[in-house]
Design a protein around this ligand. Sequence first.
Ligand SMILES: Nc1ncnc2c1ncn2[C@@H]1O[C@H](COP(=O)(O)OP(=O)(O)OP(=O)(O)O)[C@@H](O)[C@H]1O
Ligand SMILES: [Mg+2]
Length: 377
Amino acid sequence: MSHRKLNDPEHLHLLIDAMLLLSDELDLHSVLDKIVTTATELSGATYGALGILSEDRQSLSEFVTTGLTPAQESKMGPRPTGKGVLGLLTANPRPMRLDDVSKHKKSVGFPPHHPIMKSFLGVPVFVGDKIFGNLYLCDKKGADSFTQSDEDLVLSFAQAAGLAVEKARLHRRLRGLVLVEDRERIARDLHDTVIQRLFADGLALQALANSVSPPKAAERINQIVTDLDETIREIRSTIFAMQQLSSKDNPGNFRTEITSLIDEIAGNAGLDVEINITGSQDGLLSAKTKEHLMATTRELLTNVTKHAKADRVWVEINFDKPLVLKITDNGLGYSPRAKNKGFGLNNVAERAAILGGEFSINKVEEGGTEVKWMVND
Ligand SMILES: Nc1ncnc2c1ncn2[C@@H]1O[C@H](COP(=O)(O)OP(=O)(O)OP(=O)(O)O)[C@@H](O)[C@H]1O
Ligand SMILES: [Mg+2]
């Protein structure tokens, strides 16, 4: 632990104050700002910056600074990406002190309008065991260079900074999750309560329209029923949009997404549906396969509602290798003579072929149709 090296009580106090200052901050951007300003103060630097590494750790994706005037900042152009001396710390994440940064053999010089900086102290910041970014401090006030004790102090602070970043990230993720849950709950409520109630009201009104006498009144009531239907459709598409959003934020949610698609189509057509999902590979499916599976399910179920005259449908999905989708209805049964009537089944067959799989549709003995769609991901 690098703070054990700090034997000046004044330094320990400074460090503790700095850590406390960080510890109540939860917003990631504010945390980053505070890290830079505090490290700059602790070390007595004139300028400070925190360069945050990109995903591949090859360059800097963000550069948070302090010490520059807004005028200086706006003149300077694009932020550095971690070339020259700034990149050394990434390649070799250890503290580095220089008396004159521009004299270093890796120096690429300052860009136009950049203030000339001389003394330099660079310290890596880790989050967990991964390097997150680098603190760059320049121009020690009232001295020619930074000292070993400046380095120790900033290094200790960098540990606290890493923890604060981790905490802020966790906080951000948790808030995201709460949002997703809220959205899902609202979508469920809309579906289970609001739509059902509107639907029931619509039916009641329809019955009423048949029993009222002046034709004008019946007409008016029927108009209201039409409006209600339109409202239900609008709510359904809102639910759908909310679920799309949730699944984007929460990729593990594909089961919910496909289940609600099935429920929606079957529900709209008044079909009794039984869904049986097995297997565990759904988390590993590619976006492409998911899209093909969704579109295929939509088409096949729509066919049942359009052509089968069924009142029940069974949907089985096995998220395994291969992935299997089976849809069975208890309707009239598919006749091969119907082949090439539309585009739907051709598309479904093509989607299977694209994914190196196969597709079959058959009339079953007891009446009804069975469709099997099997692909590899
Ligand atoms: N579940 C089913 N039960 C009975 N017949 C079916 C069933 N699914 C498909 N069919 C028959 O197969 C034909 C071809 O289906 P396909 O999906 O290719 O075309 P479509 O649904 O008629 O039109 P499109 O899909 O282009 O809107 C249908 O017209 C229908 O006669
Ligand atoms: Mg079709």
